[in-house]
Ligand binder design. Structure first.
Ligand code: BG6
Length: 490
């Protein structure tokens, strides 16, 4: 199915940190794809800004290389490439000083295009950039896009949000969580609210527990410097995984309007049972990968990548979260995420309760409870595990089999990257898939005490071998509740 086009208004997007990894790997290729699909109006411009001394042509050449490296050959055609590259210019700028701001104002000129400022920089620069945009009269009417991490804890998140808020009102602030741009994450809303089937069952009377796994095979490699100051709880749980949890757990919003959805997500975050002190230590497992094998080859351990003798930073975390409200009381949400695990797979498993009474005899085999598995990546799709009669048996023997919908089979064509959707949403002024300030702060409010509890123990993370599913304590965490991690992915 071809991507559906919705025309956007002409815009100028200024990318701060334009020569960095995010801009090169994601933003420039995403803008190109939108252009190739005809969604970017003729007057739109892309302005790179960073401290490097580059000419327009130098930066265009970087953008060309970015497209060659990150857009498949099939999607690149010479005419579209040239059209896209012609939109690009560059401004050398001192984000913490005065240099370059006049030039940026000159480049933007008195164009009527909507102004979007994308801060693909380290978060320490968010405040100075916003203040400079304000001081140079560029913030008025513009929209600002920021990436995670927004702070390291509640206090620093507030400071970052204050700095942004000094110059941009909340309805012009777009905090990206790229997980919300993923196709299957949006499909979660379609599944829940466009089908009458699931919602009546979506509660503690029918759901036993929920599992959310985001497993990566990659290690931290060149990001070790940043990562060691973050760890898996800050890097993945505070944002992506709690957002997934919210979408599973929230009440049906009255519409898909930004605040209708964000109000419901906020209620979930505020209903999370706090994990403090002993309780936090008990409900969480931390791990750190050692050398092993991944994707068929030997890989180094975290400490070797970090080039340090010791570190207490977790590269894996598993935890049990509970939600104290009418819908979810007594339904645990098990979350786990880690680097250098056995497979790259992200999925949400909704495990239904067992049937109340079996009419089948011993020979039928076990009657396994239904499971709804929403696969985010790879092989996006949905599987509903049902019990059926084994057709090859001439007695009533039961089998647990999936009703399997792979999106790649049902829909053909390229599946757009999350950033494509999110960038166009910024231009359209649709904040539904972006985090509001109070959501970010509520998430930190829940995560903070876990970090404090960890810091107060003498234990560090448990070692796990690269290429496995993490420390065995993560298996014990769920098994002590007489449940198991969904095993199909192993
Ligand atoms: C980022 C994290 O936000 O998400 C990374 O900082 C992680 O550590 C990445 O690798 C995972 O994103 P995706 O889209 O590859 O699942």
């Amino acid at each position: 199915m071809a991507t559906q086009m919705v025309a956007v208004d002409p815009f100028d997007i200024v990318v701060f940190g334009a020569t960095g990894d995010l801009a090169i790997r994601k933003l420039i290729p995403s803008l190109y794809h939108r252009d190739a699909d005809g969604q970017v109006p003729a007057a739109a411009r892309v302005i790179g800004a960073s401290r490097r001394a580059l000419s327009d042509d130098d930066f265009r050449q970087m953008a060309r290389e970015a497209l060659e490296a990150h857009v498949s050959e099939k999607q690149r055609d010479a005419a579209t490439m040239e059209r896209f590259l012609a939109r690009i210019s560059y401004v050398e700028i001192e984000v913490q000083g005065d240099g370059g701001w006049d030039r940026l104002r000159e480049v933007l000129g008195d164009s009527k295009n909507l102004r979007v400022f994308y801060l693909a920089t380290t978060p320490e620069l968010f405040g100075p950039i916003c203040d400079n945009l304000g001081r140079h009269g560029l913030a008025d009417g513009g929209r600002i896009v920021v990436e995670k991490p927004i702070g390291k804890n509640l206090d620093s998140a507030r400071a970052v949000n204050d700095a942004i808020g000094r110059n941009f009102p909340e309805d012009r602030v777009y905090r990206i969580d790229h997980y919300l741009g993923k196709e299957t994450v949006q499909n979660l809303m379609a599944l829940r609210f466009a089908n009458a089937l699931f919602e009546p069952l979506w509660n503690s009377a029918h759901i036993d527990h929920v599992q959310i796994t985001v497993a990566e095979t990659l290690g931290v490699e060149s990001r070790a410097g940043y990562y060691d100051t973050a760890g898996a709880l800050r890097d993945m749980v505070q944002n992506h995984m709690l957002q997934l949890l919210c979408l599973v757990a929230m009440e049906p919003p009255t519409s898909l309007a930004a605040d209708a959805v964000r109000d419901e997500k906020l209620k979930v975050l505020k209903s999370l049972v706090p994990l403090t002190g002993e309780k936090a230590v008990d409900a969480t497992v931390r791990g750190q990968y050692r050398a092993g094998a991944s994707a068929g080859g030997p890989v180094r351990g975290y400490l070797q990548e970090l080039d340090a003798a010791a570190s207490r930073t977790e590269t894996f975390v598993a935890l049990r979260a509970d939600i104290a409200n009418w819908r979810w009381a007594g339904v645990p949400f098990y979350l786990r995420t880690g680097k250098r695990l056995a497979a790259r797979v992200s999925e949400i498993v909704v495990a239904f309760r067992p049937i109340p009474h079996s009419v089948f005899g011993q020979g039928a085999g076990p009657v396994d409870p239904n499971r709804l598995v929403i696969r985010l990546q790879p092989d996006e799709g949905v599987k509903l595990w049902l019990m059926i009669k084994d057709p090859s048996a001439n007695t009533m023997r039961l089998q647990h089999v999936p009703l399997d919908m792979s999106f790649a089979h049902v829909f053909s064509g390229r599946s757009p990257d999350a950033y494509e959707r999110l960038l166009m949403d910024v231009v359209r002024g649709n904040q539904t898939l972006f985090m509001r300030r109070d959501e970010v702060e509520a998430a930190w409010n829940w995560v903070g005490p876990i970090l404090d509890a960890w810091a107060a123990t003498s234990d560090g993370p448990r070692a796990y071998t690269s290429g496995t599913w993490g420390p065995s304590a993560a298996i014990a965490l769920i098994e002590r509740d007489r449940r198991t991690w969904h095993e199909e992915m192993a």
